[in-house]
Design a protein around this ligand. Structure first.
Ligand SMILES: NC(=O)c1ccc[n+]([C@@H]2O[C@H](COP(=O)([O-])OP(=O)(O)OC[C@H]3O[C@@H](n4cnc5c(N)ncnc54)[C@H](OP(=O)(O)O)[C@@H]3O)[C@@H](O)[C@H]2O)c1
Length: 253
């Protein structure tokens, strides 16, 4: 991405202090956007922002808080100002669960983080986007919405599949307003989160996951992130309600 196609735009990226979200924040910054890096822990967010600024990305800002609360979402909107681009990236799961062994708490938490939080953030930024007649909502889903995959978590799969339906419906609701909504579904990507998952789910290994992918390796965060500035650009105005798979060919699990 050589050109600053997002100059003058403000982006909010949830869960952006590390992993895919951090790569997305960096890609948006490189494309000229001002980027608000969100995370629950203010200290960790500040460290990420300091790192980005140290690498010359002066447009990096941080927001620490639990965006499940209306107060934090209001604070975020005040801090960010007009949000042009929302990337719902926060999410994930740790323990592999099945329908039989998932606890109520795990199910609720996985839906909350992976589906309810994106909905709440979309609802918070949408009035401003509609008022200005321009907006880009990009929801980060998962390959599990495309193909079922053993070794996953049942609530996470349900949430990421729900995210596809939610995004398509939202795209339809706002079609023609200048606001678009799309899903990017990553395959397995080597991130800190994946390391946490291996620790919590020792029956799964990186080699085994890589073997399931036709390209024979895990994805890299920047290979997901590279797409985001394109989807957020003016020229992507006709792309909406799309589900974009970035998974090394892993269309079957
Ligand atoms: N890595 C993969 O293989 C893979 C594959 C498919 C899809 N994805 C999706 O890609 C996105 C990024 O994943 P990643 O691997 O980069 O993970 P990551 O390194 O853990 O980053 C995700 C961030 O989400 C936030 N988060 C996690 N649980 C949350 C919760 N309960 N409530 C609010 N925020 C929460 C965390 O931010 P804070 O702790 O700073 O709040 C975390 O840093 C996720 O939506 C994930 O489901 C990842």
């Amino acid at each position: 991405m050589g050109t600053r196609i997002l100059a003058g735009r403000t982006a909010v990226v949830s869960g952006a202090r590390r992993g895919i979200g951090a790569a997305i924040a960096e890609a948006l910054l490189a494309a000229g956007a001002r980027v608000v890096v969100c995370g629950r822990d203010a200290v960790q967010v500040e460290a990420a922002v300091t790192g980005l600024r140290g690498r010359g990305f002066a447009g990096a800002e941080g927001f620490g808080g639990d965006l499940h609360t209306a107060e934090a979402r209001a604070e975020l909107l005040t801090a960010a100002g007009a949000v042009d681009i929302l990337v719902n990236n926060a999410g994930g799961f740790l323990r592999t669960t099945t329908t039989l062994d998932a606890t109520d708490e795990e199910w609720d938490e996985q839906l909350r983080a992976n589906l309810t939080l994106p909905f709440l953030l979309c609802r918070a930024v949408l009035p401003g986007m509609l008022g200005r007649g321009w907006g880009r909502i990009i929801n980060v889903g998962s390959v599990t919405a495309t193909a079922p995959q053993l070794g996953n978590a049942i609530g996470y799969v349900a949430a990421k599949s729900g995210l596809v339906g939610f995004t398509r419906q939202l795209a339809l609701e706002v079609a023609g307003t200048g606001v678009t909504a799309n899903v990017v579904n990553p395959g397995t990507v080597g991130t800190e989160h994946l390391a946490d998952y291996f620790a919590a789910s020792p029956q799964v290994s990186e080699a085994e996951l890589a073997q399931r992918i036709p390209m024979g390796r895990l994805g890299r965060p920047r290979e997901i992130a590279a797409l985001i500035p394109c989807i957020a650009s003016d020229d992507a105005a006709f792309l909406t309600g799309a589900v974009i798979d970035v998974n090394g060919g892993a269309v079957t699990a």
